[in-house]
Design a protein around this ligand. Sequence first.
Ligand code: NAP
Length: 298
Amino acid sequence: MMEKTKYGAIKIDGKKVAEEIKGEIKEQVTRLRAEGKKLPHLAIIMVGDDGASQTYVDHKVKASKSVGFHYTLLRFAETISEEKLLKHIEQINQDDDVDGLIVQLPLPEHISVERVTDMIQPAKDVDGFTNQNFGSIVSKDQGVLPATPYGVMELLRRYDIETKGKHCVMVGCSRIVGAPLSMMLSTKGNATVTMCHKYTENLATFTGSADILLVAVGKPGLITADMVKEGAVVIDIGTTKIDDASRSRGFRIVGDVVYAEVASKASYITPVPGGVGPMTIASLLLNTLQASEERAIY
Ligand code: NAP
């Protein structure tokens, strides 16, 4: 399982782990089908026709199909009113056959992301974005974990990387990635956590003291080797599309970490692409399976 990068650090292979998780989910679905039980059903809402959103939605549909879930894709014009969109979400909330619902972001400017997200029934919120699920990270309630942070925690767990008592430094503290991941590392991982953001002064002072450094900013080249402690674990969540005429697609995806130089100093590192990205979709599938199992109980 452990493959070294050519620079020295062990590669945390999110693509491989995500495939393992999908294989496990597929087995569960096969068992449900053999027992004549209801199969997990994921609904996806997409508003408008943004190219990047379309690619993410295509990946989610493909992943749902590959594990044998039922799925429903609802597409609406960019001009749909917030009121109408909320009504559609309410209908899906009431639909007993649907276990999970995701609304692909971003939404057009006239629609409030917060109102839309919070309309999703928390038990069906398989992205883990609602305020109730966010709050459950720090309460004793059993909530749905946000997909990307869940994927990171799962990668650390499957690579036996201990977080208990370690100093984790989270760079970037957005509502969907950095903030929930910081809380999960602290409440579920028993780590000591430092959160850094764009106003953090002397960022390198903090990153340089991290046993586990996690970066979710969206600024290529932000983290260089001199900012990383020897032997640290480095998790790069950033994804930025940059032009690259040498690629047939005309672009490539890069993270926030300067990979080659940091990989020669770190003990473990996630590549971009192929690190955290595939785990986000695997977590969505896990959340949908779990939502369907819980609905089957009640
Ligand atoms: P976001 O909402 O734009 O948040 C970026 C965060 O970075 C904010 O907390 C911001 O600080 C902080 N920041 C900005 N400049 C900084 C700097 N120079 N130093 C330190 N912190 C800085 O973005 P997001 O949704 O969290 O996404 C972050 C990155 O992760 C993006 O590249 C995105 O594409 C990627 N992502 C990847 C996945 C995946 O599956 N791989 C999933 C989600 C996101 P303030 O809070 O002070 O503004």
